[in-house]
Design a protein around this ligand. Sequence first.
Ligand code: LMR
Length: 396
Amino acid sequence: MFNQLPLLQADPILGLSAAFRNDTNPSKVDLGVGVYKTENGETPVLGSVAAAEAQLLQQQTTKSYTPPAGIAGANRAAAELAFGREHKVIGENRLSTVQTPGGCGALRLAAELIAKANPQASIWISTPTWANHVPLLTSAGLRLKEYPYYDFAEHKIDFAAMLKTLESAGPNDLVLLHACCHNPSGADLSREQWQQLAALASERGFTPFIDMAYQGFGSGIAEDAYGVRLMADTQPELVLATSFSKNLGLYRERAGSLSIVSATHAGADAVLSQTLSIARGLYSMPPAHGASIVDLVYHSDELRNQWHGELTAMRERIAGLRVQLVNALNERQSKRDFSFIAREAGMFSFLGLSVDQVQTLKSQYSVYMTDNSRINVAGINSNNLNYLADAIIKVI
Ligand code: LMR
């Protein structure tokens, strides 16, 4: 049965972690997979999460199944964080939110729902986008189209080209947008650009499909949701995938959610029933542990405040590292200006290196990043900054 299956290459992002673990060089630097790291290179359990987890273990009386949509309090948290407590889509009962196994689960569930609603639908993705968007969306049979996004020469969004391309999107199309902290480029849409996209969506009739995996890592919880809230204000329908992997550090607990805004309350009920039926056929119900932590943190004033402090500290540390990296690179040479890295947001930026240069960094200096020279800025610390900057300068 399985003999004819060929061996596949390791995943371009997850495979890096394995290679890094096996590297014995004590100076090795991991800028690969997008996980937050402290100054000591650790990915910590947040204090607010540890406290909620302790409470959970004390209070929990059963491991029986959760409802199909998951933990209701976690869904409320995800919806209120994304849209704001007072948003009309919540008040008008036009929002259906279900808990999913991480942000990936949300994207895949959304893809299945879209394929069921409209088998002719296409999804427009940015060039470049997160590599895993492609298998998550095409596995459901959806067609992908690409719109230009990041201009590698100018180190910024080519918004004119993006807008021009999306003028050909129509009612059978969804446009996948990154709410904040664009993965892999770190280049985010301005408020004015979001407004222009909303106007274009109204004119052309395409549906926004927003991936918000890094809420709170860009400028703040509400600030990072600007585009989500604007689209929900102006468009009849919206698809939103969110994740607590990064902002609560719940990576392995797989706590995410899928929210669909429908034009009417009855439409939202139908969407919910369809979503749950698809989820039943995929994984039945999502895991409860991470979502129970979300529920406890979000609904306790004390833990929520503690979490906000921890999230702010992660965001500010990354912003500081961006400036330190730019200074370290610009001090060492004057041919290339790396200051764009400090203007970008979230975990990632492109260094602008060739695949060969990335390979040399890995083989000669044990510096790990994806082949497109995307770096996880959070992997930098005061111990590896100078080593990293020297290595980068040597390969360029
Ligand atoms: C990343 O882009 O590195 C993260 O989102 C982790 C992943 O699953 O790829």
